[in-house]
Unconditional design. Structure first.
Length: 113
C-alpha cells in the first residue's frame, strides 16, 4: 500500500499543474476594485458591474454584513432588463442583486456558444 502511494506522489510531483499565468490570477498583486453600481430598478433591486474574477456577491445589508451569495447566470431574464443591459446577466442567489459582466473578461465557454 505504501509503495502505491509513493509511486503516485512521485508521478504527481513531476507534473506542474499551474502555470505562471494562473498563479497571477490566484494571488493578485492589487486588491479587486469594488463593484460599480450601475442603477437601481423601481422595485429596489440594484444593478452592479462584476469585478474581475468575481464569483460572490459584494452587497452589504443594513447591518453591514456581506451577502457573499453565489453569482449565477440568469437565463429567464425579463425582456425589459435584456433590452436595457444585454443578454449576459448574473444574479445573486441570496439577495437577487443583478450583476453585469466585467468588460475585460471573456465569456465562459458555456455562455459563448
Amino acid at each position: 500500500m505504501t509503495g502505491q502511494a509513493t509511486a503516485l506522489f512521485v508521478i504527481c510531483d513531476g507534473l506542474s499543474l499551474y502555470s505562471e499565468e494562473m498563479a497571477s490570477f490566484r494571488t493578485p498583486n492589487e486588491p479587486l476594485p469594488p463593484s460599480e453600481l450601475i442603477a437601481e430598478l423601481p422595485d429596489g433591486i440594484k444593478v452592479k458591474r462584476r469585478g474581475p474574477r468575481m464569483r460572490a456577491c459584494s452587497e452589504k445589508n443594513e447591518k453591514g454584513k456581506l451577502c457573499a451569495g453565489h453569482l449565477k447566470r440568469w437565463f429567464k431574464v425579463p425582456p425589459e432588463i435584456v433590452s436595457a443591459y444585454g443578454d449576459e446577466i448574473y444574479r445573486c442567489e441570496k439577495c437577487r442583486t443583478i450583476y453585469l459582466p466585467y468588460p475585460g473578461e471573456d465569456r465562459s465557454p458555456t455562455v459563448g456558444w
